[in-house]
Ligand binder design. Sequence first.
Ligand code: FNR
Length: 371
Amino acid sequence: MITATEILPKFENLLERKAYEKIRREAFDYIARGAGSEATMQENLRAFSKWKIRPRILRNVSEIELSCTLLNQQLSSPLLVAPIGVQRIAYPEGELASARAARQLDVPFVVSSAASYSMEDIANELGDSSRWFQLYCSLEYSVTKSLVQRAETNGYSAIVITVDTPVLGIRETDAHNQYSPLEEGEGFGNYMNDPAFRALLEQSPEEDMNAALQKQIEIIDQPSLDWEELKKVRKLTNLPILLKGVLHPEDAKLALANNIDGIIVSNHGGRQLDHCIASLDALPDIAHVIQKRIPILLDSGIRTGVDVFKALALGADAVLLGRPLIYGLAINGEDGVKQVIQKIHHELEISMALAGVRTVQEINSNFLFKE
Ligand code: FNR
């Protein structure tokens, strides 16, 4: 019988192929594969190819400006590092290495609840550099509260609540590989030393690590989370709150009604609901509802600077980079992450110049043509 690990995957690009050669197969599959038949994952990329850029000419593009403002923060470009947990499976120094890369390039870093390292250790690497914390609202309110308080204390300037994960999607390859990085303790950085989490345990993680990891898996998500419950989290902090995983314009309306400060149009990179709408396809209707009242970010399928251009043209204020950075991390640690970000910055600059745009604020849907 042929096992999943014997079949060579279809690589999306060279970066993915190089990462494949660097890390253990189960870890690669966990990063690269998606939910179910992977229809959404593929659609995320196809959605970008449906749009073409219709360039303008003779517009003096001798100076290109990537800077922008988001939630009153000045950003050097409309790129952020997406929250990706368990980064140690790609590279031993995991988030510590990717955080150093983000700091050097002045790109805001979103730390995952399921990071391999603690938000304190990652903040230490980030120094003065901008950082947000991604929260999985926990089944245990005390843990949610403690995570938010720690984020505030450690200089995180926004809370990203991921709302597309009330339960875990069906990841067939992981099931086949019998692989769960959480069970292996790779996403325990923020829980290991959390006083509220430790208070739930009969024995400390040092005494019984297995029981602690099982507890983390049991409480990491809150399937009953709804708008009412979200109000309680809103009251925990004055930091801006963004919802990650908004795809329906009606939810965008509810986000406005519930005083949410920003939304992230995302389908979790096709890792959750299979046959779900591509992020880029969901963006225009959401932008229409939001009418620039709060910032809109987008992820799921951003691979190049041209993709960033298209997302901004369809109404995003900024985008988050996901898998490409983790491939960079797997290939060459901190330098690998830096190279990927620099490449996307460069592609964005060149695409803007060739499209006849000088600033990211000038990018709009007039520059796009749909087949
Ligand atoms: C993720 N993503 C994610 N999102 C989140 O809110 N919290 C998390 O802990 C994680 N962890 C995670 C691990 C891995 C290995 C991947 C690939 C993704 C989703 C991530 O933030 C983002 O939405 C997607 O990566 C975007 O899709 P692409 O562009 O990477 O395909």
